[in-house]
Write a new protein. Structure first.
Length: 210
């Protein structure tokens, strides 16, 4: 579930932080930059684990800040494909079940990956597993065990373009840019995980007595 990832960066230390030890100041800056953020093809960064190397600090002319080239390791949330995890149901919809782990919410179990015999109850707004004549409700906040099927990284960096001048016909490029901006405004998660509970032992913990 958690891994160590090695990265390199150049860290800027402002004069107000010169009173700190170099390593402490560097770690503070790195945590502020990376903690609780997604790095593409790396995962959700939790915190700095350790500092492997730092250069001598250098100051740019007319700047006054100190700069260090550093190599460091981050604790990263990135479960491997096939890993079994436990979270809580965040919400249900006809498309599937959304799961949270407290610190990470972008986990989805599609309707096709639920236990066979599951149906969505629009009145209760929950999924129900019909098992041997019994209705097993998948209520919000219930602990649930699931297996990771795949992961998806999405570059959500906003793209800015010049506005179309009044009276000018919108070109194909402008139209594409508008669609791009619209897509970015829908808050697509930068990192999401698709999972399944179509196995014995998976699903609500209460179903299996654990």
């Amino acid at each position: 579930m958690f891994i160590l990832s090695e990265l390199e960066d150049t860290v800027k230390i402002v004069p107000n932080d010169f009173k700190k030890d170099d390593i402490a100041a560097i770690v503070d800056v790195l945590n502020e930059k990376y903690a609780n953020k997604v790095v593409q093809e790396v995962g959700l960064c939790i915190c700095v684990h350790d500092l492997l190397h730092k250069s001598e600090g250098f100051i740019l002319y007319g700047d006054g800040c100190s700069y260090f080239k550093v190599t460091f390791r981050l604790v990263v949330f990135r479960p491997f494909i096939g890993e079994v995890l436990t979270g809580k149901i965040k919400s249900c919809s006809p498309s599937g079940v959304s799961v949270t782990m407290g610190f990470f919410d972008d986990i989805i179990i599609p309707s096709g990956a639920l236990q066979p015999g599951s149906n969505f109850d629009p009145a209760e707004n929950v999924w129900v597993w019909n098992y041997e004549g019994e209705k097993m409700f998948m209520d919000v906040e219930e602990p649930i065990r699931f297996r990771v099927l795949r992961e998806l990284f999405t570059d959500t960096t906003p793209t800015s373009h010049r506005p179309v001048a009044a009276g000018r016909r919108q070109s194909i490029v402008d139209a594409t840019a508008s669609s791009d901006l619209a897509a970015n405004s829908t808050k697509i998660p930068p990192y999401s995980i698709t999972c399944t509970i179509q196995e014995d032992g998976l699903g609500l913990l209460s179903w299996w007595g654990s």
